[in-house]
Design a protein around this ligand. Structure first.
Ligand SMILES: Cc1cc2nc3c(=O)[nH]c(=O)nc-3n(C[C@H](O)[C@H](O)[C@H](O)COP(=O)(O)O)c2cc1C
Ligand SMILES: C=C(O[C@@H]1CC(C(=O)O)=C[C@@H](OP(=O)(O)O)[C@H]1O)C(=O)O
Length: 374
């Protein structure tokens, strides 16, 4: 199993939803990076389940940094973060050992690991495994912030309910990202947030679930970053985003909407603004030829409805081959989007920190604040 990724900055994930702990090991980090554990915890809060729109499984989700940080700064050696599992209810899964939940990873994991996988709570395929990604992401996001680069995501669509899109104008975009920062169900428009909240609550009452689209932007990325062919910015970020459970679509700039456009509608003309080369529009989402062009990155991520729903579903007993009407019990998210948005930010940040390190070298991160011990 290869739960690992990255070129300059390498990250590997471990753990299962109902095991003792889950966690992450990060290698290749520069030394001297200030770790703000209070901010890391704030990021964790955004992924934590809250209210009727989330699973009822409550975990403390306190990241324990067990190596790689000394006197508050990275040492440059492998950094390991551990998060304990404490609120498991494994009996919810005992009935389902041989009956795969439709559209979860139960069947595919059973085939790949020949029945030896930890099936409880989806094991290594649980959305819970994204908790350490958020802890790690807090480090990457802070590294980006130290260079004036901001990443942010909002819930942009659920069925016909649509939020205002993120702006391409840098000043406005920075304001929007700041306003989204501390929201739980993050939307630009209050009325959209209320409508989406209501739609998820309705689905929850009916034992059903909802999906939707997350829109992300990155502002402040320098031009010239990206390693084509195969580590183009799109390839790198798509790889990371598709690794998140329930993500089924990723697009950059106008993405699939390009199908409806002509070249004259889709091209981003150049101009000099404030002494800098910029594009007049941003249909290409800040990336040309797999390399950043200095405009904001624009990314959309489609998240499917949570597979575990409470309506009767068709499944099969894998032992006997008999058809079964499956009634799922237990605690599940009626929607994933609002909790996944900070996971999306974290994955984008990892990809960009890796690419920036490849472009400018590890010493680039040594700003005045990050520099050296006493
Ligand atoms: C933050 C988060 C929370 C999730 N919560 C649940 C859940 O409560 N129940 C569930 O069945 N799936 C949940 N999922 C989705 C499953 O993890 C995902 O569908 C599964 O791993 C199969 O992967 P796939 O959908 O990409 O094929 C969650 C995913 C994320 C990222
Ligand atoms: C625990 C979390 O979410 C879990 C994600 C999940 C899944 O199948 O992905 C299934 C549920 O697990 P359990 O049945 O053990 O409660 C969710 O509660 C979390 O995200 O921290």
């Amino acid at each position: 199993m290869k739960s690992a990724i990255g070129q300059c900055i390498q990250l590997s994930l471990f753990g299962e939803s109902h095991g003792e702990a889950i966690g992450v090991v990060i290698q290749g980090l520069p030394s001297g990076i200030l770790i703000d554990q209070a901010w890391m915890q704030k990021q964790m809060e955004k992924r934590k389940p809250k209210g009727k729109i989330s699973t009822q499984r409550q975990e403390a989700d306190i990241p324990e940094i067990v190596s790689g940080v000394f006197e508050g700064r990275t040492t440059g050696t492998p950094l390991c973060i551990l998060i304990r599992n404490e609120n498991m209810r494994s009996k919810d899964y005992s009935k389902m050992r041989n009956i795969p939940r439709p559209s979860h990873a139960d069947y595919t994991a059973q085939v790949k690991y020949q029945g030896f996988q930890d099936y409880r709570g989806g094991g290594h395929f649980s959305g819970r495994i994204t908790a350490p990604l958020v802890a790690a992401g807090a480090i990457f996001l802070q590294m980006l912030k130290s260079k004036g680069i901001e990443v942010g995501t909002h819930v942009s669509q659920m069925q016909e309910i649509m939020d205002e899109p993120l702006a391409d104008d840098e000043i406005l975009l920075r304001k929007q990202l700041l306003a989204l920062e501390d929201q739980y169900l993050a939307c630009i428009q209050d009325s959209v947030r209320d409508a989406i909240q209501k739609r998820i609550e309705e689905a929850q009452t009916q034992g059903d679930s909802m999906g939707g689209i997350l829109e992300s932007a990155v502002v402040g990325m320098p031009a010239g970053v990206g390693e084509p062919f195969f580590d183009s910015v799109e390839s790198k970020l798509a790889h990371l985003l598709f690794s998140i459970g329930a993500v089924k679509g990723v697009e950059f700039g106008d993405g699939f909407d390009f199908a409806a456009k002509t070249g004259s509608e889709a091209n981003d003309g150049f101009a000099i603004k404030d002494g800098q080369l910029q594009t007049l529009t941003n249909h290409n989402g800040g990336i040309n030829g797999g390399i950043t062009n200095g405009m904001p990155l624009r990314i959309r991520t489609a998240v499917k409805p949570t597979p575990s729903i409470y309506k009767p579903q068709s499944s099969v007993n894998l032992k006997t081959g008999e058809a079964v009407t499956l009634q799922i019990e237990g605690r599940h998210d009626p929607a994933i989007l609002h909790r996944a948005r900070v996971v999306v930010d974290s994955m984008i940040a990892l990809g960009l920190v890796d690419l920036l390190t490849e472009r400018f070298g590890i010493l680039w991160w040594k700003g005045e604040d990050a520099c050296g011990g006493d």
